[in-house]
Each structure stands twice: as C-alpha cells, then as structure tokens.
Design a protein around this ligand. Sequence first.
Ligand SMILES: NC(=O)c1ccc[n+]([C@@H]2O[C@H](COP(=O)([O-])OP(=O)(O)OC[C@H]3O[C@@H](n4cnc5c(N)ncnc54)[C@H](O)[C@@H]3O)[C@@H](O)[C@H]2O)c1
Length: 361
Amino acid sequence: MATKLGIIGAGGMVNYHIPGFLSAGAEIVAIADYNPAAAKAVGARYGVTRLYKDAAEMLAGCPEIDAVSVILPNKFHCPVALQALRAGRHVFCEKPPALNAVEALEMKTAAEEAGKTLMFNFNNRARPESRAMMDYILDGTVGAINSAQAKWIRRHGIPGFGGWFTNKALSGGGPLIDLLHMVDLAFYFMGCPEPEYVLATTFNDFITDKNFKGPWGIPDVADGVTDVENATHGFVKFRTGQVLSFQASWAEMVEREEVSVVFQGKKSGGMVRRLFGRDGIDDTAIDSAELYTQEHGRPVNRCLITEADPAMGRERSAANFIRAIEGREAPLNSPDQALMLMKIIDAAYESSNTGRPVEIR
Ligand SMILES: NC(=O)c1ccc[n+]([C@@H]2O[C@H](COP(=O)([O-])OP(=O)(O)OC[C@H]3O[C@@H](n4cnc5c(N)ncnc54)[C@H](O)[C@@H]3O)[C@@H](O)[C@H]2O)c1
C-alpha cells in the first residue's frame, strides 16, 4: 500500500518534494500552510483537496497519514517535527535540521522514543555526481579521506532583507546554516567522523547592502530584522585526524557562485562541483565530478559522466525518504549525523563570537 503523506509548508521547496514523493509511489493526502492561498495553489497543482492551517489541524484531521514533510522556516523544524513524531508519524524535515544542536538532539530522542524514521533533506548527497563519487569512495579507490575543502559561495545572493532568512531567531544564522550542504557533503564523503575542534569567523560587511540581494529568496520586510552574517570561513578537526576547511557566503567578493567539495584521499583525490554562470541561475550551471589518481607512474584525472539533474538531488532525496520508510532503500542520512552537523555549526558561531577554537564534547 502506498505511503500516505502530509505536507506542512507550501512555499518554494514543495515543488521538489511532491514530485520526489510521487516518483517513489507515495500518496499526498493533505497540505497545511498558515497561508491558505499558498496551500490552495499547491493543492490545485497536484490535485490535493484536503487543506489545513497547520500541523496540529492536519494531524487531527488525517489519522491515516503515515509520514509528514516539514518544509517550513528553520525555527519551526524542531517544534513541528516533535509534534508529528509524538503523534506517531515518520518525518522528512528540510535542512538545516534545526536552529541548534539542542533542538536536533530533542528531535533525535523523540524519533527514538516513537520508533519512527526521522530524516533530513541533505539533497546534495542524492545528486548524480555525489552518488557516482560514493561508488569510488565505497569501493576503496579513494582510500581514507585525509582532508577536504567545502564551499558554497555567492557574490550577490542575500535571500531578501528582514524576512525569516536574515532573522537569527527564525533562521539560526546566515549562509553557514543555510548553505550547510557542502559541509554536509564533505562530512558524508569523509565517513561522518566525530568533530573535535572548530575554528571559524563570520563577516557581515554586506548584510544590509541591497546591492547584494540574490535573484531568488523571499520579499524584503521593511521593519524586519537583519542580524546574521553574510559569510563564514572555518576549519574543523575531527577525532580521526581528518580535517575540513569551509567557506559559506551569500555575499562576498568572489568570481561567481560556486558549490563544491574537493578532497584528498590516501589513494585518490576528487571533486564534486556546480559552477554557476551567474548567481542562482540554474540553467547556466555546470555540474562536474572528477577523480585525481596516480596510474602507471603518472597523474591521471578521471571525469565521471553522470546524468543532468538541475534539481540537485532534491527529488531523489524525497524519494529516498519514502523508500527508506518502506524498507526498500538505505536512508541517505541519520539523526546522529544531523546532530554532529548542528554541533559543528554551533561551534563555528561560538568560535566566531569568542575568537577561540571551540572543542566539541
Ligand atoms: N534543500 C534545499 O535545497 C533548500 C532550498 C531552499 C530552502 N530550503 C529550506 O526549506 C525550508 C522552507 O523554505 P522555503 O524556501 O520553502 O520557504 P518559504 O518561505 O517559501 O515557504 C514557507 C511556507 O511555510 C508557511 N509557514 C510558515 N510557518 C508555518 C507554520 N508554522 N505552519 C504552517 N505553515 C507555515 C509559509 O506561509 C510559507 O508558505 C527552509 O527550512 C529552508 O532552509 C531548502
């Protein structure tokens, strides 16, 4: 029988989630959104007629729902996921997992107590390039990864001023928490090791400069709050001895938008990248994946050819959630991994505030 799903949040991302769930054979039973017009428009697009105001109404009105998809501003990830898990539903939650590690731990504990699956939309793990690269990591071609560099950098990419993205109480932070995808992808390639120390600095030179607004995002809120960083640079040392440097920015003096992980393994190196022609314009983006090896005494660069996926794995990531709860596929991520990522993010912000390296316990 098809898994029955409830969607909570009918904003921009729902248009990736729903096709992904449908491709795995799930049935969308209901949609909830504070904004009735948003719920109605998405309902009309996908033929869903049961519309609700919020998670509580939907969970009470639809006892047959097996799972929910939480696609809300970051502040609501934890409370709504807890509500659904405690009502006995599996949860697929957008990234970042939560505002901080305390919340992520609460979510992990609630999932364990309910005996339900909790997964997050780390969609870059589901990209064709990442899946191809994982084949070489898992078959031993790469060997243990010593070091990696993760980047999601934009020149002009602030997603609106004064809305939830730029309000720390609602978002948890700026590009470091919003664009944590590449830190996650490097962490995934490295085998999800336990972090030990983080040293980081945030910068806010352009965060109120309207010239740095991105070509997407949400409308500006004139009297809203803008109190997050526009760029973060940092370094993580893991308990295994592996190291990761990272750069995440919405606005910075860089050549162009770049989304990449480069790594150095004991046997081969590698790279997965999306390079944009202009910030945020997907149809000019070029995706690539390469392996750097030594063969017959010579350096060799191998290009991994994969199918195009402009959605950057978002649909496949949603499909993986359905297949994982139905026992048809291994889950692409776990609450323990989400918790470690949130500890890295918390430590990066703390390190920036104190000016010192932060030890993660
Ligand atoms: N994985 C990715 O590539 C990716 C990309 C963009 C955004 N996101 C994440 O997706 C989430 C949502 O982002 P978005 O761009 O769709 O946001 P959005 O602002 O476009 O949409 C959010 C929707 O939620 C509704 N809403 C807000 N609070 C609610 C509540 N408590 N109950 C019911 N409805 C509520 C709003 O009315 C709005 O329609 C965020 O966590 C964001 O970080 C992920």
